[in-house]
Design a binder for this molecule. Structure first.
Ligand SMILES: [Zn+2]
Length: 421
């Protein structure tokens, strides 16, 4: 039976160099006997601060004289490079040496902590909000929305689960097109590694590094080494030291793993995005998120760019909470050319969104589904200020077809007959 010290001492410089080059993808330059240098694979190194040397105990060590300032043996290096736990690092090294009768060391590496196994944070919804809202930002958000949309449109088979999820909720290809709905593949995606948008933007960033600041200010990218965020361990594991450029190495798409719903303002400029995971969490996800995440862009009303002309015509609006409630109404109203529905993306109307509504001089506010008291107060205040009325549709009974409930309401929307409902 071989033990850990045996395979460790088998790590001679002649054994280690070809292994590290071929399997850990680090290219060394011969300096002198028992000395090799390479650009450090663990920090943005333009010099060759990463060194291999043999110490007094005849042990091969790896050392970074740059930002890392680390000193490692072969198993440490395998752990770092492959993000393996100590046990697995021993195993691959033993396998490389052709050692099969091997007793693992059950301890830990002296200097490398075990890879953090924090799971992906349970945070089903992400909001992309830009810092400032100038023309460049709107254009960047628009480009990103179109990129994710094209990705979804051109990969119907690959993203079958997304297409099926949307179809089950009444969102078909025409609606996907009309709302520029897209998909940001997750970190586990073998092709994009959670960096689809970043990768598509790299040529622009290379030409003009300032482009990256815009992406960052737009909220479209996530710095993966941010110790202050929930799920730090998970995001940290997504840092990809194998990448040459520091952006795609250290950043991921903020909405990775989510369906992307761009939010437009009444003038059809992109105001932000909602990204939603495929796991269905009803409308609660939105309530929960909207209360806990401080949205600065609170004037968001999903669908307002489609609804505004109809709202002006009929002086009527239907307010729903969630995105998929929205699409149920949209499908119904579209056929009748009365698209007066918007989603408040939460169970209350923010003052900023109320200001948008006031400018539309609405007389009939139809609040769909069960709004709580806070939500009701917000709508009523807004309605009173513009001399309007509020109608509550209430929730759907179990098994009730939304169409049966909504159809009479929709038929009554004509600008004056709603009061007789
Ligand atoms: Zn380094």
């Amino acid at each position: 039976m071989k033990t850990y010290p045996t395979i460790k001492s088998a790590a001679t410089i002649d054994a280690v160099i070809p292994y590290v080059e071929a399997l850990l993808d680090i290219r060394f330059k011969f300096v002198k006997k028992k000395r090799y240098n390479a650009p450090c694979p663990f920090h943005a190194d333009t010099q060759e601060k990463f060194m291999v040397y043999v110490n007094k105990e005849d042990e091969v060590r790896f050392h970074c004289f740059g930002a890392c300032k680390g000193d490692w043996d072969i198993t440490d290096l395998i752990m770092l490079r492959k993000k393996y736990p100590f046990r697995q690092a021993q195993q691959v090294w033993a396998e490389h040496l052709g050692v099969s009768d091997f007793t693992f060391d059950d301890g830990r590496s002296a200097c490398i902590s075990e890879p953090d196994e924090t799971p992906e944070p349970d945070e089903p919804v992400g909001f992309v909000e830009s810092k400032q809202h100038d023309q460049q930002m709107v254009a960047t958000l628009g480009d990103a929305a179109s990129f994710y949309h094209e990705l979804l449109m051109s990969n119907e088979d690959r993203f079958r689960t997304v297409w099926d999820f949307l179809a089950r909720r009444g969102v078909g290809i025409e609606t996907i097109r009309a709302f520029n709905i897209g998909y940001a593949p997750p970190y586990s995606d073998e092709q994009h590694h959670g960096r689809a948008l970043i990768a598509s933007m790299l040529p622009r960033v290379e030409k003009n590094p300032g482009t990256f600041d815009t992406l960052s200010d737009a909220g479209l990218v996530r710095f993966l080494n941010d110790g202050s965020v929930k799920g730090y361990g998970y995001y940290c594991r997504q840092i990809d030291f194998g990448r040459k450029d520091p952006f795609s190495r250290n950043y991921g798409d903020y909405l990775a793993g989510r369906m992307v719903f761009p939010i437009y303002d009444a003038d059809a400029g992109v105001a932000g995005m909602v990204g939603r995971r495929l796991e269905d969490r009803g409308v609660r996800w939105l309530k929960h998120q909207a209360r806990e995440v401080p949205l600065s862009a609170k004037s968001w009303l999903y669908g307002i760019e489609k609804a505004a002309p109809y709202i002006r015509q009929y002086r009527t609006i239907i307010l729903v909470e969630g995105l998929f409630d929205y699409f149920a109404f949209y499908n119904l109203l579209q056929g009748q050319d009365k698209i007066v529905v918007v989603s408040t993306l939460g169970s209350y109307l923010t003052p900023e969104a109320a200001t948008v509504l006031k400018s539309l001089e609405i007389k009939n506010y139809i609040a769909a589904y069960d709004w709580d008291e806070l939500g009701r107060n917000g709508i009523e205040r807004t309605a009173v200020q513009s001399g309007g009325w509020v109608y509550y549709l209430g929730g759907l009974a179990d098994g009730q077809d939304p169409y049966d409930k909504l159809e009479p309401v929709v038929s009554a929307i004509s600008g004056f007959s709603l009061k007789h409902l």
